[in-house]
Design a binder for this molecule. Structure first.
Ligand SMILES: [Zn+2]
Length: 415
């Protein structure tokens, strides 16, 4: 019996040696050729564990931080021509794929403007904006609660579910006073029913939008040409649009969402007021919750595409943010110019003491030395919930998230 155990043991050893392929002789011969010294007592105290060097993983975006802001209007089936106002569902699906393949991921307009935007590692920021809202072909919620595949933001929703790193974010610039909302979907298109049913449908669509990262902003109440509108009428157009949006929320008892409505204006046709008084009426506009206007969106012709600077760019001007009108060819241009947009990179900071890994001053020092040692580039750093700007040899805290969030982690995941 003893012999049998010995035989099995040797066989196991032989197999282990053969499998590891190292043919390590010492493994077999150690016990006999180098006996353990008998005169050295084994240490009785447990040695202190060697501290494992701790590194903090940061996300950093470097270079000229800019992004394409695509301006969509309406969506349609293939019976309509593709124009700068109408994007066909079939074309839109192809465009989403090509933008995704080009490395883009969506960020919200609010995060773009306050500098808190982030994309997963290796990806580039992209903004979707929709003017002339809200029409059913832009966003329509089916009776089962899912967004319709006959609406642009519904198609986007499905695409983002299949490709989570593309993200789901867009902003709609509304004209609440110039149209009805198609509340019925039949025979592959939207219709407005009798009575006021469309109002409840639109109100619930607005609620869905706000709760699903679709931001609503101003495009004037009745899509007026601001170059032909008096300053007092401009103020009315902005106020009335905001008030109407809030009326819809009140209709479905969701006034709690009023505070989620921001204050940005997209100029109808990209036209500015003719007078300085009119320009001031826009820039000084404060929404019902007391938020001052935070930006003005312009509209550029699709054949002269301009990228939108970020708050970290020297040419950022919140009163004049360019957007690229969506056409089949302008979206192709955006996909093929992705090399002009920086990608999010990952960079290791440290080593440091784990207990100080979320300490602002510690992180600042770690970024400074990483940049000096050229192991990480200058740029905008996201570490946990803190954002730093490393520029011209200095590192400063840009923003510390004020919202309650999970404990800082050494491996922050981009949104
Ligand atoms: Zn418009």
């Amino acid at each position: 019996m003893k012999n049998k155990i010995l035989l099995v043991s040797i066989s196991v050893l032989f197999i282990a040696v053969t499998l590891t392929g190292c043919g390590s002789i010492p493994f077999l011969s150690t016990p006999t050729s180098t006996p353990l010294p008998t005169n050295t007592p084994l240490p009785t105290a447990t040695p202190t564990a060697t501290p494992v060097p701790y590194y903090v993983t940061a996300s950093v975006m470097s270079g000229t931080i800019q992004a394409p802001a695509i301006l969509y209007h309406r969506f349609t089936n293939d019976t309509h021509d593709a124009t700068s106002t109408y994007t066909r569902y079939s074309d839109f699906k192809k465009e989403l794929q090509s933008l995704y393949d080009a490395g883009y991921s969506l960020v919200s307009m609010s995060s773009w403007l306050d500098g808190t935007f982030s994309v997963p590692e290796g990806r580039k920021p992209l903004l979707f904006t929709l003017d002339d809202g809200i029409s059913s072909d832009q966003l329509y919620i089916n009776s089962d609660g899912t967004p319709s595949q006959y609406s642009g933001l519904g198609i986007l929703y499905d695409f983002s579910k299949q490709n989570p790193d593309f993200g789901y974010a867009a902003s709609i610039y509304t004209n609440m006073g110039d149209k009805y909302y198609g509340d019925i979907f039949a025979n592959n298109w939207f219709y407005v029913s009798e009575g006021d049913a469309w109002k409840t449908k639109l109100a619930n669509t607005i609620v869905w939008a706000i709760e699903n990262n679709i931001e609503l902003y101003n495009h004037t109440y009745s899509h007026v040409d601001l170059s032909l509108t008096k300053a007092t009428d401009i103020s009315y157009q902005l106020q009335k649009n905001d008030a109407t949006e809030r009326d819809f929320l009140a209709l479905v008892n969701r006034s709690d969402l009023d505070t989620k409505l921001g204050n940005i204006l997209a100029l109808p046709w990209g036209n500015w007021p003719a007078s300085q008084e009119g320009v001031d009426a826009i820039k000084n506009y404060v929404n019902p919750e007391g938020k001052p206007l935070s930006a003005i969106m312009e509209a550029y012709n699709a054949d002269e595409p301009k990228l939108t600077p970020s708050v970290f760019s020297s040419d950022f001007n919140k009163w004049s943010l360019p957007r690229i009108t969506a056409t089949v060819s302008s979206v192709e241009w955006i996909a093929s110019h992705s090399n002009e947009i920086p990608s999010m990179q990952s960079c290791k900071l440290g080593p440091t003491d784990e207990s100080k890994a979320s300490d602002t001053a510690t992180l600042q020092a770690l970024i400074t030395s990483a940049v000096q040692a050229a192991t990480c580039p200058e740029g905008v750093y996201h570490v946990g919930d803190q954002i730093f700007v490393a520029q011209n040899g200095t590192v400063s805290l840009y923003k510390k998230a004020t919202t309650v969030s999970a404990a800082p982690t050494s491996t922050p995941t981009a949104q």
